[in-house]
Design a protein around this ligand. Structure first.
Ligand code: V47
Ligand code: SF4
Length: 381
């Protein structure tokens, strides 16, 4: 008997048994069924279903890339309650603001190194406008045309476009023409206004976030989607969030990957909210893998989750663990992640993946295979 048949045969709860049968047949689950998984699906049950889907889609392949981040500033006009990273403009001396030349120097420091992606994301600085970022993108692109520029959350874009009095369509087109190739998934948080109005009351709405991503997809750009979970949201809000992503993906097919982001509670206005347990983290990954049947990839972002938990997630539906990072992001170290200086060499990433008997595949941003390290000789320790 195949593993999935054993899972179906041994499941005593009829609604869960039906869900397992649907997964076997590749049939989409409903929101109510997703709620049943959250409410009653054991870690073992949802994990086995998610792993079945993961292996059907990707076998043992586990993707990573060679990337670094540029965080232009942590000065931000917004005040999200969960953010440990930003500083208001009135306290900008406590934060940082990089000039275009400083950011270009960061890019140049990777000259000759086999990096394929720069991820640009930061706070929403009132003085860094559309013209500033167009110049930055053009200069990076001119310096290294082969480097994929993934940049700007919908939060940054919404502010930039409104200030420049551009429609989303016009703004996205101008950034694309300058050399921006895809969008990261940040700023999504929880779309539902009941939660968003509490944790991120003053930035782009859920609808605004979705509109920006839809516009990017219609221009032929690919984007990622995140969900900040494990704070005050209920299962229903997670499902609402994922349903909106699944619906947009049905329309555009423009999302590359879904990235659940675990709420970390150090140094922010939600420090009284406990962090989710590892069991709940793994259940969420697994349920997301089951529900989001039209997303090819599920990413565990290791600087946020920690590298051992990222390794564990590979048994719960995850097929991507982001990249080398090179200690170039502060968002999670400032929020209390155990990864205080997030950097992994390619060898370390390969070893991490091989230790749990998966096949490391270096990809580019769009998941084209660059190197298959399945059979490479990397020392395991
Ligand atoms: O939108 C901020 C999150 C996001 C906290 O697209 C927090 O490949 C947890 O989106 N606890 C920005 N999360 C980072 C992001 C991202 C990261 C890696 C890869 C990609 C990608 C995108 O970080 C924010 C917010 O949801 N965040 N503070 C916190 N205390
Ligand atoms: Fe600003 Fe982003 Fe932090 Fe919100 S999460 S305060 S938008 S940097």
């Amino acid at each position: 008997m195949a593993d999935i048949d054993i899972i179906i045969a041994t499941q005593k709860d009829n609604s869960l048994k039906n869900i397992a049968q649907k997964v076997k047949e590749g049939i989409r689950i409903t929101d109510d069924e997703c709620l049943s998984l959250f409410e009653k699906g054991s870690l073992g049950f949802v994990g086995a279903l998610a792993n079945y889907i993961r292996e059907k889609l990707h076998g043992d392949k586990t993707y990573f890339n060679r990337n670094f981040h540029i965080e232009p500033t942590n000065v931000c006009v917004f005040s999200c309650k969960f953010c440990s990273y930003s500083r208001l403009y009135a306290h900008k001396e406590e934060g940082w603001e990089l000039s275009i030349d400083q950011m270009l120097d960061i890019v140049k420091s990777y000259d000759g190194k086999p990096i394929t992606e720069v991820h640009i994301v930061g706070g929403v600085h009132p003085k860094m406008n559309m013209a500033y970022f167009i110049e930055l993108i053009q200069k990076i692109h001119a310096h290294r045309p082969g480097l994929h520029i993934k940049g700007f959350t919908a939060v940054e874009l919404d502010y930039m476009f409104r200030k420049a009095k551009l429609t989303v369509q016009e703004g996205m087109q101008q950034l694309k023409d300058a050399g921006l190739q895809s969008l990261p998934g940040g700023g999504a948080e929880i779309f539902h206004p009941d939660i968003r109005n509490i944790i991120a009351p003053d930035k782009v709405t859920g609808e605004g976030w979705l509109q920006i991503h839809e516009t990017a997809h219609n221009l032929g750009m690919h984007t990622n989607a995140t969900m900040l979970y494990g704070h005050i949201e209920k299962f229903e809000h997670r499902i609402d969030h994922m349903r909106k992503l699944r619906e947009l993906q049905d329309k555009t097919r423009g999302f590359n990957t879904f990235i659940p982001l675990k709420f970390r509670n150090s140094n922010n206005d939600m420090s009284n909210v406990p962090e989710s347990s590892i069991t709940e983290d793994m259940r969420l990954y697994a349920i997301a893998r089951i529900y989001l049947d039209n997303f090819a990839h599920l990413k565990a972002y290791w600087p946020m989750l920690g590298r051992q938990n990222a390794q564990l997630s590979l048994a719960f539906g995850v097929d991507d663990i982001d990249g080398t990072i090179d200690d170039s992001t502060k968002i999670y170290s400032m929020a209390g992640s155990e990864e205080q200086t997030p950097t992994m060499t390619t060898e370390q990433l390969i070893t991490l993946i091989k230790q749990v008997k998966r096949s490391p595949i270096e990809r580019d941003t769009l998941y084209n295979v660059i190197n298959d390290f399945s059979n490479s000789e990397v020392l395991l320790n």
